[in-house]
Design a protein around this ligand. Structure first.
Ligand SMILES: Cc1cc2nc3c(=O)[nH]c(=O)nc-3n(C[C@H](O)[C@H](O)[C@H](O)COP(=O)(O)OP(=O)(O)OC[C@H]3O[C@@H](n4cnc5c(N)ncnc54)[C@H](O)[C@@H]3O)c2cc1C
Length: 489
């Protein structure tokens, strides 16, 4: 078998891999090779299907102005940018993971988040405002998510193209259709990888290997094994190449498992979703401004618990647990008016002048849906003013489940229903790293030369504050690249 050597090897070709490779090259690694299993036309992993929003701590409008340099002054004035502190970010991580996230890694993630986004900016990444709600000409953002790389919804490919340009200009070598099928070494020291490409199998020997091969969400056997009943039936929102074998190799080498192995990021998507190329267009995140019922016509979760960025990643799970794994988001005209235009572009809703007719169109018993809507309407606290720009406390009283915010009667016809199901984005179970992105063995000691970043790292539990994945990637990839470069010199 042919044997080659290289100072720094990066396994994977998604955003975490590009960031690690660029950081290693920038830190002086004489040669960096990225090994990507996918063929070139499918490069980029999960970010290819994303708009790659980044949650990060920032001070306010003046700082964001520096990222949006080309934006016209009057347009910039419309952006509402109150700042998002490290304390805000930490509190969000702790709350949604129910205190289970590794506190040391959470601290590293939060405290490096601002510098990591500025690092991307210094490398030449182009930015635009993130998704928002527009009210009276002003643009309101989810807390901490105000910019993303240019390209709009589905703009993850734009970020990846920018990364690929930066990496290749620095001399990073990218090998497509190069599947890593074995990690060389032991649980004390990594020694390289065995690679299988279209022509041959060879060893790439290295003293510094960075694992960025993603989660196991595209592997139905592993989903069934770890995520539980019916998880093998989940629709996959991202790369079909994220099949978890590198994670399994890492565990077999003696790496320590961490994160929530029965947990995953799963969001509500249009029930007709089938084409991964359209996955970000099939998002159904407008549930805060209506009610959601299952196929029996009953509500089953608090649609107004918090901003969608704190609930969407568990709401797909909630839908999947209902009969048939489907549900229906129901809006009246006021709720419909608050939806982004993109809501209607993927598929038109079912529409009817009465709740009973809408129920017939969905296939729900009309009297049951009428009862659910009437009970909900009667429970709405009309005395609390509605405010779509913040958690307004306008709740229901005396029904279960309650709706905690933005509760408004469903009474202005025509009524609309969007059929939804749950789509899996990425898995939460992975391997453990320390604050320098070094992989730990089951004894809790760093494995010399082995680093990891991205979805292959087990970090999240239960739920996830939106757009933390991309920030986690860049923070830990930057650390991994820098330390791997020092290791590989
Ligand atoms: C539709 C969608 C929208 C999203 N939106 C956002 C968002 O706005 N903000 C955010 O923060 N996150 C978002 N995410 C999540 C985010 O994109 C991922 O968490 C992140 O991209 C993971 O990066 P990664 O590099 O770790 O893994 P991936 O991007 O999945 O890359 C892993 C790579 O490893 C390769 N690989 C696998 N096995 C092997 C092997 N044996 N040998 C070699 N290579 C291998 C795969 O081909 C793949 O390219 C979204 C995800 C999806 C699917």
């Amino acid at each position: 078998m042919r044997v080659e050597t290289c100072p720094v090897v990066v396994v994977g070709g998604g955003s975490a891999a590009f960031e690690a490779a660029v950081a290693a090259k920038q830190s002086g690694a004489p040669r960096v090779v990225m090994l990507e299993k996918a063929p070139e036309p499918e490069f980029g992993g999960n970010a290819r299907f994303s708009h790659t929003g980044f949650r990060f701590a920032y001070s306010g409008a003046d700082e964001i102005r520096g990222f949006l340099r080309g934006m016209d002054g009057a347009a910039f004035q419309r952006l509402q940018l109150p700042g998002y502190s490290p304390g805000d970010f930490t509190a969000d991580l702790m709350r949604v993971t129910r205190g289970r996230i590794n506190k040391n890694l959470a601290e590293v993630l939060v405290n490096h988040s601002n510098a990591a986004i500025h690092w991307m900016d210094e490398l030449g990444m182009q930015w635009e405002p993130a998704g928002h709600v527009e009210i009276d000409g002003k643009l309101y953002f989810e807390p901490g998510i105000v910019i993303h790389p240019t390209g709009g919804i589905g703009g993850g490919i734009s970020q990846l193209n920018q990364w690929r340009d930066i990496a290749t200009a620095m001399g990073v070598e990218i090998r497509y259709e190069s599947r890593v099928r074995e990690l060389l070494g032991n649980d004390r020291q990594v020694e390289g990888v065995r690679v299988s490409d279209a022509n041959e199998e060879y060893e790439l020997r290295s003293t510094a290997v960075i694992l960025c091969a993603g989660g196991f969400q595209a592997n139905p056997e592993m989903r069934a094994r770890y995520l539980g009943t019916n998880a093998d039936l989940m629709k996959v929102r991202g790369s079909r190449h994220d099949t978890g074998e590198v994670l399994q190799m890492a565990l077999a080498l003696g790496c320590k498992a961490s994160g929530h192995w029965q947990g995953a990021h799963a969001t509500p998507i249009d029930a007709t979703f089938g084409d991964v190329e359209l996955s970000n267009k099939a998002n159904r995140y407008g549930y805060t401004f209506g009610i959601t019922v299952n196929s029996l016509g009953q509500r089953f979760f608090d649609e107004g618990e918090a901003h969608i960025s704190y609930t969407y990643a568990k709401t797909g799970w909630a839908v999947l647990m209902e009969p048939g794994g489907v549900a229906y988001q129901i809006f009246d005209q006021r709720g419909a008016a608050l939806q982004d235009a993109s809501y209607y572009q993927f598929a038109a809703p079912l529409e009817a002048p009465t709740i009973e007719e809408l129920a017939r169109k969905i296939g729900i018993e009309p009297a049951v849906l009428r009862h659910t809507v009437s009970e909900f309407n009667n429970a709405v606290r009309d005395d609390i003013p509605f405010d779509a720009t913040k958690t307004d406390g306008r709740c229901t009283e005396g029904i279960a489940p309650r709706k905690s915010n933005w509760a408004t009667r469903i009474e202005a016809p025509p009524f609309q229903a969007f059929p939804v199901t749950g789509g899996i984005t990425f898995t939460f179970g992975g391997i453990e790293i320390d604050g320098d992105a070094q992989v730990l063995n089951t004894g809790g000691r760093p494995i010399r030369g082995l680093f990891a970043s991205g979805d292959i790292v087990g970090l999240f539990f239960h739920n996830y504050p939106s757009c933390t994945g991309q920030t986690r990637n860049v923070v830990f990839s930057l650390l991994a690249g820098r330390h791997a470069a020092a290791q590989g010199l």
